[in-house]
Structures are given as structure tokens and as C-alpha cells.
Design a protein around this ligand. Structure first.
Ligand code: FE
Length: 216
């Protein structure tokens, strides 16, 4: 092609994504939309910054821990959570992308639940934040299904032989969270004290909540 009608500065970048921009097409669209929305007065730049701050720093397993603690102290809430998790979680002001179709599965003395995404890394971001590296790693994704008891042992969780392990495969459509069993010796704790016992892994099923002694 003749170079005369071609913008030389951009040639090196022109590998199927056009314009020679350092931004990816998605980033460029986001940037353009942001500029437009701010210019039209639909959003405040500060509000956008707050949104980014929220996803980078504020969304995390402490959200899921609040849900679990509420379910432990409030049987009616627990029932709503198990029946239809998304609106029950929204009652606590928690929700958003990756949490639209939440299913909460309850651990009992008979059944322990373990969550995996065998295909990729689907994960309930609004309640648990960003997934741990091992959750996305092929060994966990494969072995959680084939040998869940062995995987749990590696996480330091040994369950009675009589406890059945049920594995739930998350997808982009449905994201699972485990409601762990309330630890013994927690009768005097308030909701915040209970939430402090709820670890991220206990809501994935690769861990158990802390005992009150361990939390101290
Ligand atoms: Fe996935």
C-alpha cells in the first residue's frame, strides 16, 4: 500500500486494532463514555473514582462475612438467603456485577459444600472480592471435582467420613457461596464478632470458620 495516504505514526500499531492508540478498544470506549457522561453532567468524576475505589479496595470477603453472620443470628434471614440469595444479599446493601444470580449452599453436619469453577474462574465478586490465585489454577479446578476430600485435606480441613462433600460448579450464570456452620462457643458473640470468624475460604468451602479462641 502506498504510504502517502497512510498515517505513518500509526503504522507500527496497526495490527488489527486500528488507531494506534495505547488503549484497547474497550478502554477507549470506556474513556469516551466517561468523558461524555461527565461533560453532559450525568456523573461526577468523584463518583466514578469512588466506584473504582470500591471495586479495588472495598469489595471483599468481609461482605460475605456479614451475610453469613446475619444468617447465623436471624433464622428468617437465613431462610430467605437459602431460598433466593440475590435479594437476601441485597438486603445488606451488597450486590452488583458477578452477584446477579447467587446461590447460597448451607453446610450441615451431614453435608459439606465446596465451590469451584471447572471451566475458568467464575466467582461471586460482590460477596468475596477477587478470587485467590489457587481458585483459578487448573489443579484446584480439576481436583476439586475428582478428589474433593483430598483437596480439603491439603487446605487443612478434615471432615468425618460420614460427612458427604458436595461440589458446586460456578458459571457465569450462577455463583455459589457456602454458608458455613456456626462454630461452637459463639453464643455470646454479636453479629460483628461472628463476622470476624468467617474466613474467605469458609465461604468457598476450602476452609472452616475460625473458633473464637483462634480469632482472638
Ligand atoms: Fe468460570
Amino acid at each position: 500500500m502506498a504510504a502517502a495516504d497512510h498515517d505513518h505514526d500509526h503504522e507500527d500499531h496497526d495490527h488489527g486494532h486500528g488507531h494506534g492508540s495505547e488503549l484497547s478498544p474497550i478502554e477507549a470506549r470506556v474513556r469516551a463514555l466517561e468523558s461524555l457522561l461527565v461533560e453532559k453532567g450525568y456523573v461526577e468524576p468523584a463518583a466514578l473514582d469512588a466506584l473504582i475505589e470500591r471495586y479495588e479496595h472495598q469489595v471483599g470477603p468481609h461482605n460475605g462475612a456479614r451475610v453469613v453472620a446475619r444468617a447465623w443470628v436471624d433464622p428468617a434471614y437465613r431462610a430467605r438467603l437459602l431460598a433466593d440469595a440475590t435479594p437476601a444479599i441485597a438486603e445488606l446493601g451488597i450486590g452488583g456485577r458477578g452477584g446477579e444470580h447467587m446461590v447460597v449452599v448451607e453446610n450441615t453436619p451431614d453435608t459439606h459444600n465446596l465451590v469451584v469453577c471447572t471451566l475458568c474462574s467464575c466467582y461471586p465478586w460482590p460477596v468475596l472480592g477477587l478470587p485467590p490465585v489457587w481458585y483459578k489454577a487448573p489443579p484446584y479446578r480439576a481436583r476439586a471435582v475428582i478428589d474433593p476430600r483430598g483437596v480439603l485435606a491439603e487446605f487443612g480441613v478434615t471432615l468425618p467420613d460420614t460427612t458427604r462433600i458436595t461440589v458446586w460448579d460456578s458459571t457465569a450464570e450462577t455463583r455459589f457461596m457456602v454458608l458455613p456452620m456456626r462454630p461452637d462457643g459463639t453464643e455470646t458473640l454479636d453479629e460483628a464478632g461472628l463476622a470476624a470468624l468467617v474466613t474467605r475460604d469458609s465461604m468457598i468451602g476450602t476452609g472452616l470458620p475460625l473458633s473464637p479462641e483462634a480469632a482472638r
